[in-house]
Design a binder for this molecule. Structure first.
Ligand SMILES: [Zn+2]
Length: 280
């Protein structure tokens, strides 16, 4: 018997695959804008161990990991260097593979990119609007309405009231609720943008993983993973999007597994704290 610690239930549970002899895994990947440090590499090393264990046990493993190749950090890096967002993301996707190959991490079955998943992302946002879970504001932004999803907060164990109490007071916002999050962001001058029913723009961060897991693993899959810093808001928002879109509270990931951080002098290793070692 294999037991896993499920963040959703906060206990160890016996793993029962959805499909006998198979295991499906979605792990949130990187935003390629710099050379990965060893803290960035940790989730992928962790999942490499888990998937190799399943393979050794005779399971057929399906493993999907995305690249967030359209993002503020990439756009900022491109503007700084005077190159395109694509130059930056291509360069650091290559750096990611060099680092992972050096660590002997097996490749995923598919590495979907945001820029290559636009039609599916737009279709999912349209569906969320049609079902009443999302709304368009005057400038062309689209937001998810957290109050419409009655289970919002179930992964992180927080109520909407607790979140609201801790939320920053935003001025001049068109959001209905402070915790509402962007599904689609209207284009700003000089940013990459794509055509949509709401005008030119680009997706918010969370929608890509809902779209990509649905596209490659279907409405239900076994594991969703990532660092524990992703539990809130990223994974909470993925659940809200996917389950609302599919219309089933038991759809999407069946087990949520999160890895801890690499710490250095009792602090999380991170680029912003400048306390990191690159894999290189
Ligand atoms: Zn994700």
């Amino acid at each position: 018997m294999l037991k896993v610690y499920n963040t959703m239930t906060r206990r160890k549970e016996e793993f029962k695959p959805l499909k006998e002899g198979e295991v499906s895994i979605y792990c949130c990947g990187v935003t390629p804008y710099n050379h990965p440090h060893i803290g960035n590499a940790r989730p992928f090393v962790t999942w490499d161990v888990i998937r190799r264990y399943f393979a050794k046990k005779g399971y057929k493993v399906h493993y999907i990991q995305n690249f967030t190749d359209v993002d503020d950090k990439i756009i900022n890096a491109a503007n700084k260097e005077g190159v395109t967002w694509k130059d930056i993301s291509d360069r650091y996707i290559k750096a990611y593979f060099e680092a992972m190959d050096a660590l002997n991490v097996r490749h995923a079955d598919v590495y979907p990119r945001v820029s290559e998943t636009m039609p599916e992302i737009i279709a999912m946002v349209e569906k969320l609007i049609a079902k009443g879970y999302a709304y368009v504001v005057d400038n062309g932004d689209v937001y998810y309405s957290v109050e419409k999803f009655s289970h919002y907060g179930k992964l992180s164990g927080r109520s909407l009231d607790d979140m609201q109490a801790g939320a920053r007071i935003e001025v001049n916002t068109a959001k209905h609720h402070p915790m509402d999050f962007a599904l689609w962001k209207a284009a700003k001058p000089g940013e990459p943008s794509w055509d949509s029913p709401w005008g030119k723009g680009r997706p918010g961060w969370h929608i890509e993983c809902s779209t990509m897991s649905l596209k490659y693993l279907g409405e239900k899959f076994d594991f969703h993973g990532g660092g524990s810093d992703l539990i809130f808001p990223h994974h909470e928002n993925e659940i809200a999007q996917s389950q609302a879109c599919i219309g089933d509270d038991h759809s999407f990931a069946q087990y949520w597994l999160h890895n801890g951080f690499i710490t250095i002098h009792n602090e999380k290793m991170s680029k912003s704290k400048n306390n990191f070692f690159t894999v290189k």
